[in-house]
Ligand binder design. Structure first.
Ligand SMILES: O=c1[nH]cc([C@@H]2O[C@H](COP(=O)(O)OP(=O)(O)OP(=O)(O)O)[C@@H](O)[C@H]2O)c(=O)[nH]1
Length: 646
């Protein structure tokens, strides 16, 4: 018998959240239970996150904290910071939280509209948020300067205040090229009490620089935590995103209370579940909250088998080996064994990567793209491999969601056709092969890299790497072309988002240092027709860029200039871009490069954006950009943007 079931930690029907709710829960910031609660949330999120897995989710926020909170529970999303200026008239709102909600909504709608108009690739969901602090009937946002931070923090000293975060979840739909949106919004309040702050402490904190990009002028997750006596309510709400309430909203949206009779069933290793036995198959697809139809599938035929994997957000079929939360006597979901899913995911991660690498290298996805559906034996014969080994590989790929498996055989998933077949326009094949051939061997020596603090090229490839590019990536024509193809595929994939993440319309010229095939540069000239973009890269790269250029170019073409950015003068520009560059070099070389850029930048306000992985270079970069007076510093997936004279 097939049954459909849904399990959930949050029951949307049990009354909506109120300030009282959050105060009652009283989760103290320093409470060790927080980690356990985090684990529970992570477990229970999976079905909801699974719903979002196939969607294009965009976080309309430049806040690194919001990005981290959502990343940490495995949500996959793109970051497109909003350009909405937070200037709504506060006095026109009856309550502070209405102001926060409206600002969050406007932030999200601005991004949804911009992406729709500029991108022609409409996101499915845009999430916006706005955090404010209220004390003595005043709304405090981010301080504009140190004096402002002083005013805010002295107001907060010795008192309890409220932190409100307004959140908007915008579902988008493009109909006849018109954007339709449906907004769900909510807010969360947390009460925070500050200790009495001495003038000395206050100024020391302000001089740390921490208050400047934070609502109320403090960061509870860092030094600011030392100022706090207690927290009543959701800690993450103070940090900028009320994760718990957000998840409840998703449950409300994606699993509204059914009209049908609900039976509770118990089953050995499965939690108490609610079944929707009267639903037809058709009704079972609840992929869109706007047209909710049913519930998660529970494949009971598998509940007694011994295999099974938990993979993040992968499938909405409940798999047997996952330890699910169970309902306790009070109706609260608990995870009795505190099953360490996150750790197991990390532990097994390398196997999943390697399965992807090997299937790509053996051109399995190309074969299935051309042939449609094949049995394991046919795949094995074509790729010259053993049948048993091929079958296991194909099964692993199916479990990872890369392939689909039916009685007829194996076929590509949609994303395999788009991203894994080597001949598709958005193929990541080149980057996957580069990851297997180059990054994998390097990462096997991570322990030595940590102990010695050195690059591991010699250990991995038996060659000293005085110059990484000449010695490794450009050692032969073939290796070079493969490396360029790899860089092109990943840069092309992220270029659109990078190009629209900031408003670059005030710039007239940009220079992409080490911009390789010009994938980002070509996207920039599309988005900003008045921007002249030059790619500056080594002569041997520039000599090979022609076949990576777009076929139909409607804009002024990108200019390619050859040179070595360590040795030669680079072209004058009012915006310098370093995309996937800094991580390749020693600090000494980075110093050299940054001081050259710093000297080339014209004096004036500067914008710096770092990709998330390069956050550790932050101090190094700010020391060079300091004379330019940083106006904005944000973190993003793909690049370091460096500009002046805005
Ligand atoms: O304890 C902490 N309190 C607040 C923060 C951070 O403060 C900001 C709040 O600002 P806002 O909601 O306007 O968000 P922005 O950073 O400007 O990003 P958007 O692009 O979304 O407007 C927010 O970053 C909080 O994380 C904190 O870190 N700790």
């Amino acid at each position: 018998m097939r049954m459909r079931a849904v399990w959930r930690l949050w029951s949307p029907g049990r009354g909506s959240r109120s300030v009282g709710d959050s105060a009652r829960r009283r989760i103290n910031a320093s409470c060790p239970r927080a980690a356990y609660l985090g684990l529970l949330a992570g477990m229970a999120l999976k079905p909801v996150l699974g719903k979002l897995g196939s969607k294009r989710v965009v976080l309309a926020s430049a806040s690194p904290r919001r990005q981290e909170i959502l990343c940490s529970v495995g949500l996959r999303f793109e970051v497109v910071p909003s350009w909405f200026k937070e200037t709504l008239e506060k006095s026109s709102f009856a309550t502070p939280y209405k102001y926060a909600i409206e600002t969050a909504k406007q932030k999200a709608l601005e991004v949804a509209n911009r992406m729709h108009v500029k991108h022609l690739r409409t996101p499915d969901i845009v999430i916006g948020a706005d955090t404010i602090v209220t004390v003595d009937e005043h709304i405090l946002e981010k301080p504009i300067d140190k004096q402002d931070a002083y005013r805010m923090l002295s107001r907060l000293s010795g008192k309890e205040h409220s932190v409100f975060t307004g959140v908007a979840i915008v579902h988008c739909n493009s109909k006849d090229n018109r954007l339709e949106t449906e907004v769900t919004d909510f807010y969360e309040e947390t009460k925070v009490k500050f200790a009495d702050l001495s003038e000395e402490l206050l100024w020391e904190y302000i001089h740390s620089g921490e208050p400047m990009d934070k609502a109320g002028g403090y960061g509870i997750q860092a030094l600011g935590g030392m100022l706090v006596e207690y927290v009543h309510g959701d800690f993450l709400n103070v940090v900028g995103f009320p994760l718990n309430h957000f998840c409840k909203k998703l449950v409300e949206l994606y699993y509204p209370p059914p009209k049908h009779t609900i039976h509770h069933i118990k089953h050995d290793s499965i939690p108490s579940v609610e079944t929707f036995e009267n639903l037809s198959d058709e009704e079972n697809d609840s992929s869109s909250p706007l047209q909710y139809k049913g519930a998660i599938k529970l494949d009971r035929s598998k509940t007694h088998s011994s295999g099974g994997v938990c993979s993040p957000g992968s499938s909405n079929i409940i798999k047997p080996n996952c330890m699910m939360p169970v309902e306790n006597q009070n109706g609260v979901m608990e995870n009795p064994d505190k099953f360490p899913s996150k750790i197991l995911e990390l532990l097994d991660g390398f196997r999943a990567s390697k399965a992807l690498f090997v299937a790509s290298k053996l051109k399995v996805f190309d074969l299935l793209k051309n042939k449609g559906v094949l049995q394991a034996v046919d795949v094995a014969n074509t790729i010259n491999s053993s049948v048993c080994g091929t079958e296991r590989l194909l099964d692993a790929c199916a479990a990872l969601g890369l392939l689909e498996k039916t009685l007829q055989g194996y076929s590509n998933s949609d994303s395999a056709n788009i991203y894994l077949a080597s001949d598709s326009e958005d193929s990541l094949h080149g980057y996957i092969i580069h990851s297997d051939d180059h990054l994998w061997p390097l990462f096997t020596h991570l322990e030595s890299a940590v102990k010695e603090g050195t690059m591991q090229n010699y250990r991995a490839f038996g060659k000293k790497s005085e110059n990484l590019f000449q010695d490794s990536y450009y050692q032969s024509m073939e290796v070079k072309q493969r490396f360029m193809a790899a860089m092109h595929s990943i840069a092309k994939l992220t270029a659109k988002d990078v190009a629209t993440a900031f408003d670059l319309s005030q710039f007239r010229s940009a220079c992409d240092l080490g911009g390789c095939t010009g994938a980002l540069a070509n996207e920039l000239v599309q988005k900003y027709p008045n921007l002249k973009v030059t790619v500056f890269d080594l002569p041997e790269v520039i000599a090979n860029v022609s076949h990576f250029q777009p076929v139909r170019q409607h804009t002024a073409p990108v200019t390619f200039t050859s040179g070595d950015f360590f040795k030669d003068n680079f072209p004058e520009a009012d915006l310098y871009i370093l995309s996937r560059i800094l991580h390749d070099w020693t600090d000494e070389k980075i110093h050299m490069l940054l001081s050259k850029i710093s000297a080339a930048c014209k004096p004036g306000p500067a914008h710096v954006c770092l990709r998330r992985g390069e956050r550790f270079k932050c101090d190094l970069i700010t020391s060079y950009i300091y004379p330019l007076d940083i106006e904005e510093m944000s973190f993003l997936k793909g690049l370091t943007l460096w500009s002046s004279a805005v």
